[in-house]
Design a protein around this ligand. Sequence first.
Ligand code: FES
Length: 166
Amino acid sequence: MNISRGASIATIATAIAGGIAADAFSLEIGEAASPAMPRRRIGTLEELKKRGAIDFTYPDKSSPARAVLLRNGEVVAFSLICTHMGCEVAYSRETESFDCPCHGSVFDAARSGAVERGPAPRALPEIQVTSTKDDVLYAVGLSAPIFGASESLRENQTIYGTEGDR
Ligand code: FES
């Protein structure tokens, strides 16, 4: 099964949840919509199933992120930098939420990181995830700028593209 560059995270997650992951599927990533967004290995789907979550960094090595496997089988990933003032959020598997220890914001992992409780002004930046035919997961884009990111990353508020399938 091929999933085009325009495929949404939900589509990919649904495919994984539907058991396609077991048969392996490949993704075709087209040319970059934004050359700023790298393609970075997260880990394997098998590792994620075993551990429930995988920490990585994205889009650069100083930006913490986490991929999680939701109870409904979806694979989602988010920046761990709170959109309020930049504290690092923690993931709660029980509530499937990212919780900020600084001022109490809560983000819903099952609803694209939407703010469940403020004062955070906007959703946690979601990281677009794709998978290779051998179930290796890659981060390839970001839904919104990370708190404190450079101005060049603030220009585009939609899902960023990738540098291409490398
Ligand atoms: S920095 Fe996260 S709620 Fe204030």
